[in-house]
Design a protein around this ligand. Structure first.
Ligand SMILES: *Cc1c(COP(=O)(O)O)cnc(C)c1O
Length: 339
């Protein structure tokens, strides 16, 4: 056996056949497949067709969400403990980043900190598939970053629909992939989806407005459609693996029970004071584990974020993906040992 990787996309014969079908069709660029993917995504979220727009990446989706909310020149709050895509999208949009700390012992921010940020727009990532209940956010435009949380829900509502705009990523190792790269925005407000669709439709327009090519291809969408249909199976297997880790006594980051938050198991992150030791003993058994976000990856270099800094020193991300076998899960558990 050649070792156990930290992450791996799960693709099968169905994705292969879908790609071949599009190649033979003679239509590769954005077309019918993209539209159908968007419609199927709306069905998945339970919103009317027309309320989802597929784009080239999650980062592009964040940028377009900021444009649709007229964020240029405004303050946009974002957690320091998240993906660099957030900082990049904010910078590209010409808005002003207001970095915020996470809640103690959690990879997520709280509504109180969002409300106190003084920002007009906030980007809220549901880190590691653990959804945040945004009911108590005041009068702020919320962009929910669901790149790591597709399929999670809060009090019966899928993530992405709590705020103004939901943003999704289909990068290779996210919960589903549209062939390596891809993204999507969804909104309960049709006008926001329409303004983003307009921005993406850059060619052959008479009004000379600035637009940009953020399109997904039909080849990508055809793969994404198959992956979306497999999402329930993927999530079920990820849950099983997470539960194995939990019942073996590993101290996993999780949502509080009884809060109505339904997580998805994008990452299996354990809390420990023995980060280096555990990564080394896993490595000795051929298992790749990582610090999910290191201190130098925090989005702001100031030291004013004690909770975020602390969690970078106390977390190890273990392998979790649908093709990870029970035997491999046992290997991980025994390599971590009793700690
Ligand atoms: C992956 C990710 C993104 C960026 O998505 P891309 O498709 O890679 O551009 C944004 N936010 C979060 C939280 C992510 O995990």
């Amino acid at each position: 056996m050649s070792g156990i990787s930290h992450n791996r996309p799960t693709l099968g014969i169905e994705e292969e056949q879908a790609a071949v079908r599009v190649i033979h069709s003679g239509w590769l660029a954005q077309g019918k497949e993209v539209e159908t993917f968007e419609n199927e995504f709306c069905d998945f979220l339970g919103i009317p067709h027309g309320h989802a727009v597929a784009v080239s990446s999650g980062t592009a989706a964040l940028y377009l969400a900021l444009c649709a909310l007229n964020a240029q020149g405004k303050k946009v709050a974002l957690p320091v403990y998240s993906c660099s895509a957030l900082r990049n999208a904010v910078a590209m949009s010409g808005s002003q980043a207001v970095f915020i700390d996470t809640s103690p012992g959690s990879p997520n921010v709280t509504c109180d900190v969002l409300n106190a940020s003084g920002a007009e727009v906030v980007i809220v990532p549901h880190m590691y598939g653990l959804p945040i209940d945004l009911t108590n956010v005041g009068n702020i435009d919320v962009i929910e970053d669901c790149a790591q949380a597709l399929g999670a829900a809060v009090k019966g509502m899928p993530v992405g629909l709590q705020g103004k705009i939901g943003v999704y990523s289909f990068y290779a190792t996210k919960l589903i992939t549209s062939g390596g790269q891809g993204g999507l925005i969804a909104s309960r407000e049709r006008s926001l989806a329409d303004s983003i669709r307009d921005y993406r439709e850059f060619d052959c327009r008479h009004d000379r407005k600035n637009r940009f090519n953020f399109q997904m291809t039909d080849l990508q969408a055809a793969i994404g459609r198959i992956q979306l249909s497999k999402l329930p199976t993927f999530l079920a297997r990820r849950s099983e693996i997470f539960d194995h880790y939990k019942s073996a006594g590993l101290n996993m980051l999780d949502v509080m029970s009884g809060t109505g938050s339904v997580p998805v198991r994008y990452r299996a992150v354990m809390k420990t004071s023995l980060v280096e030791e555990i990564i080394a003993s896993l490595k000795a058994k051929g298992v790749k584990a990582i610090v999910p976000i290191e201190d130098w990856e925090l989005l702001d270099t100031s030291t004013a974020y004690p909770n975020a800094f602390r969690i970078t020193r106390e977390t190890v991300s273990l392998p979790i993906y649908p093709s990870l076998s029970d035997v491999e899960v046992e290997t991980v558990i025994s390599a971590v040992g009793k700690r």
